[in-house]
Design a protein around this ligand. Structure first.
Ligand SMILES: Cc1cc2nc3c(=O)[nH]c(=O)nc-3n(C[C@H](O)[C@H](O)[C@H](O)COP(=O)(O)OP(=O)(O)OC[C@H]3O[C@@H](n4cnc5c(N)ncnc54)[C@H](O)[C@@H]3O)c2cc1C
Length: 566
C-alpha cells in the first residue's frame, strides 16, 4: 500500500461498556463518524503525518482502572439518599468518573488513556426543585461543594469537580417543558430539559399543550442534542440560528434559581424599569452562584415550510464579509443562519467535496480563484413573504460584491451534517491528533486585524492546521470561529490553544464568544475585565454563595491562584 492510499484502522464500533471510551464518547454510542478519504489526506498533509505516525493508537476501550476515593463521608451519602432516594444517588466509580467530565479534549484525551483528574464524590439526581432546595441547604450547612450538570457538553472544564463534593445532575428528572403560553408566546421549562426534548415539545405544542400554532425555541447550537436549556443560559451560549432568533441570554424572560442564600424567582414581564435586573446576574454564571431550576423563555412560530437556503461564492473573504455587513445593517430582516468561510476554510470544503474540472473552470472564469474565494451560506426562516424578501435583498447585495449564487445544496449539506461533523475529532484522537476550536466576538472595525493576527500565530507553529469562519452575525459585528488541529501530546495542544487565545486577546478580541469561561478561559478573566469588573463578580459570588460551595475552584476566574492569571 502506498502512503497515498493508506487509511488508518478507524474504530467504528460503539464503545465497550464500562470503558473510558464510553465516557468520553460524544452523542449516542452508535453515532460514529470517520473522516472521508479526502479529508483524511488533507489532515495528513497539513499535519505532516506519515504512515508510521499511525502506529501509536489508543481507543480507550479498556475498562476503567482504579479511581481515587471520594472526600464525601458515609453520613453525607446517607443524607442525600434520604432526600432523593437511593436510586438517585450514584457513588460507584463509573458514575463518579462519568459525571466529572465535560467534552474538552484537554480532559477527554487523557481520560481515554486512563489518566484521571479530580473526581466527584457522588452523582445526585434531584427529582424536582424541592429536592434541589433541600440539597443546596444541606450542602451549604455542611460546606459540601456542588457542581451542577446540565447536559455535560461544556468544553471549558466547568464541570471539573476541583474540590470533590457532589455533582447535581439535572437532566435525569428535571427535563420537562411545563407550559407553552400561546398568548404570551413563551414557554416555562425545567432547566435540565435537553435541546431535542425542548424543540419536540414546542414543535408539537398543539398536541401537547392544546395551542393553535406550532413553535420553535430558535436555539440550535452544534451541541443541541447534548446540552440543556439551563446550560445554554448559564454559559451565555449561541446557536447557529442566532442571527435571527438571538441568543439564549436574550430569550430568557425569567428564571428561578436556588442559591445558598435563598431562592430567587423573577417575573416574566417583557421589560421592566425596576433597577438593575438581578435575573441577568445568573446569565453566564456557570453554576457559581446557584442552581437554575426553571426558566421562562420566548418562543417563535414554527414555519419550516417557508425555510429558504442560499449559498454564494465571493472572490475574496474581504468581499464576503463586506456583503455580510451590508446584509446585517440593511434593516430588511436577518437570515437565521449566516456563515462566511475564509479562503482556507473554503479550500478545505472544496477538497472535502471535490468538484468536476468543468465546475472549477467555470468558477475560475468568474474570478473565483482557489486560495482566495470565500463561501457564504445559510438559511432564512419566518413568514413566507419575509423569507422571500430577505433572499431577494441578499441576492442583490451578494451580486454587488461579486458573489455568485450557487443554489441551495451547499447550505443543505451543511445542515445535514451540522450535529455530527465534530464526531470526526473523537475518531482521529485515537491517533494522537487533537482538534478543537476557539472563538471571539469582533466588531466590523477590528475583524480583519483579529483574524489575521490569530492566523499569523496559528501558522507560525509547524505541524498544525487552523481554518476560520464568521458565524453569529449582528449589525455591529460578528463572531470569528477558529477550528484547529495539532498532532502530538495534550501539552502541545494546550500550548497551541493558549497561543491562539493570547493572539486573539492581544489583537482586541475576548477569550470567548459563546463557549463560556469555566476553568479554561479563567486565566484571561482579570486582565480582560479589569479589577473593578472582577470585584463586582466577586461581590456577587460572596453574596449568593458565602461559603463558596457552588462550583468552587477557579470557574469564571473567581477563586484561583494568581499564578494562573495571564
Ligand atoms: C461538539 C460540541 C459543539 C458545541 N457547540 C456549541 C455551539 O454551537 N454553541 C454554544 O453555545 N456552545 C456549544 N458547545 C458548548 C456547550 O454545548 C455549551 O456551553 C452548552 O450551553 C452547555 O450546556 P450543558 O447543558 O451541556 O451544560 P453543562 O456542560 O452541563 O454545564 C456547563 C456549565 O453550566 C453549569 N450549569 C449547567 N446547567 C446549570 C443550571 N441549570 N444551573 C446552574 N448551572 C448550570 C455547569 O455547572 C457548568 O459550569 C459545544 C460543545 C460541544 C461538545
Amino acid at each position: 500500500m502506498t502512503e497515498d492510499m493508506f487509511v488508518p484502522d478507524w474504530t467504528k464500533e460503539p464503545p465497550a461498556p464500562g470503558s473510558y471510551r464510553s465516557i468520553v464518547k460524544i452523542g449516542r454510542p452508535d453515532q460514529i463518524k470517520v473522516p472521508s478519504h479526502q479529508y483524511f489526506h488533507l489532515i495528513q498533509k497539513e499535519l505532516k503525518l506519515d504512515k508510521k505516525y499511525f502506529e501509536d493508537r489508543c481507543d480507550g476501550n479498556q475498562r476503567l482502572g482504579s479511581v481515587p476515593a471520594s472526600n464525601l463521608d458515609a453520613g453525607a451519602i446517607e443524607a442525600f439518599i434520604g432526600m432523593v432516594g437511593s436510586e438517585n444517588v450514584q457513588a460507584d466509580d463509573y458514575n463518579r468518573v462519568k459525571y466529572s467530565y465535560g467534552k474538552l479534549p484537554e480532559e477527554t484525551f487523557p481520560l481515554k488513556r486512563g489518566k484521571l483528574h479530580e473526581i466527584t464524590g457522588a452523582a445526585v439526581h434531584p427529582r424536582d426543585k424541592e429536592d434541589v432546595k433541600k440539597i443546596v441547604a444541606f450542602c451549604n450547612d455542611n460546606k459540601i461543594p456542588i457542581y451542577v450538570w446540565g447536559g455535560g457538553s461544556g468544553t471549558t472544564k466547568a464541570l471539573l469537580p476541583e474540590k470533590g463534593g457532589i455533582t447535581l445532575v439535572l437532566n435525569t428528572h428535571m427535563n420537562r417543558v411545563l407550559e407553552v403560553n400561546e398568548l404570551n408566546s413563551t414557554s416555562r421549562v425545567q432547566a435540565g430539559c435537553m435541546g431535542p426534548q425542548y424543540e419536540d415539545a414546542l414543535n408539537n405544542a398543539p398536541e401537547r399543550f392544546k395551542t393553535i400554532h406550532r413553535f420553535t425555541g430558535g436555539h440550535f447550537p452544534q451541541s443541541w442534542e447534548l446540552s440543556s436549556v439551563g446550560g445554554w443560559v448559564v454559559t451565555s451560549g449561541s446557536g447557529q440560528a442566532s442571527t435571527y432568533y438571538g441568543e439564549p441570554v436574550n430569550l430568557v424572560l425569567s428564571v428561578e434559581v436556588v442559591t445558598p442564600r435563598g431562592v430567587i424567582n423573577t417575573i416574566d414581564y417583557p421589560s421592566t424599569a425596576t433597577g438593575p435586573r438581578v435575573m441577568d446576574m445568573f446569565k453566564g454564571s456557570e453554576g457559581a452562584f446557584g442552581v437554575v431550576v426553571e426558566l421562562t423563555l420566548k418562543v417563535f412560530r414554527y414555519m419550516p415550510e417557508n425555510r429558504l437556503y442560499y449559498s454564494y461564492i465571493f472572490p475574496t473573504w474581504h468581499k464576503a464579509i463586506d456583503a455580510a455587513r451590508e446584509i446585517c445593517q440593511g434593516q430588511f430582516g436577518l437570515p437565521a443562519v449566516l456563515r462566511v468561510s475564509d479562503a482556507e476554510e473554503t479550500d478545505h470544503a472544496f477538497q472535502m467535496y471535490p468538484q468536476k474540472p468543468a465546475v472549477e473552470w467555470f468558477l475560475g472564469a468568474f474570478g473565483l480563484k482557489r486560495g482566495e474565494r470565500s463561501i457564504c451560506m445559510g438559511v432564512i426562516e419566518g413568514d413566507s413573504d419575509f423569507t422571500k424578501l430577505v433572499k431577494r435583498k441578499m441576492n442583490r447585495i451578494a451580486k454587488s460584491y461579486g458573489g455568485l449564487s450557487i443554489g441551495s445544496s451547499g447550505a443543505k449539506t451543511w445542515e445535514k451534517e451540522r450535529y455530527f461533523s465534530f464526531l470526526i475529532g473523537e475518531t482521529i484522537s485515537d491517533y494522537n491528533i487533537l482538534m478543537d476550536t476557539v472563538e471571539t466576538p469582533v466588531r466590523w472595525d477590528n475583524l480583519h486585524h483579529i483574524h489575521d493576527s490569530v492566523l499569523a500565530y496559528a501558522h507560525s507553529v509547524p505541524g498544525t492546521m487552523c481554518i476560520s469562519h464568521a458565524s453569529h452575525f449582528y449589525p455591529y459585528g460578528t463572531n470569528l470561529y477558529f477550528i484547529f488541529g495539532i498532532k502530538g501530546s495534550v501539552e502541545d495542544y494546550v500550548a497551541y490553544r493558549t497561543g491562539l487565545v493570547d493572539a486573539m486577546v492581544r489583537a482586541g478580541g475576548t477569550p470567548s464568544h459563546h463557549h463560556g469561561v469555566g476553568r479554561l478561559m479563567n486565566q484571561w478573566m482579570e486582565s480582560f475585565l479589569g479589577k473593578e469588573e472582577m470585584d463586582a463578580l466577586r461581590a456577587m459570588k460572596k453574596h449568593f454563595d458565602p461559603n463558596n460551595i457552588m462550583n468552587p475552584g477557579g470557574t469564571l476566574g473567581l477563586d484561583m491562584p494568581d499564578s494562573i492569571k495571564r
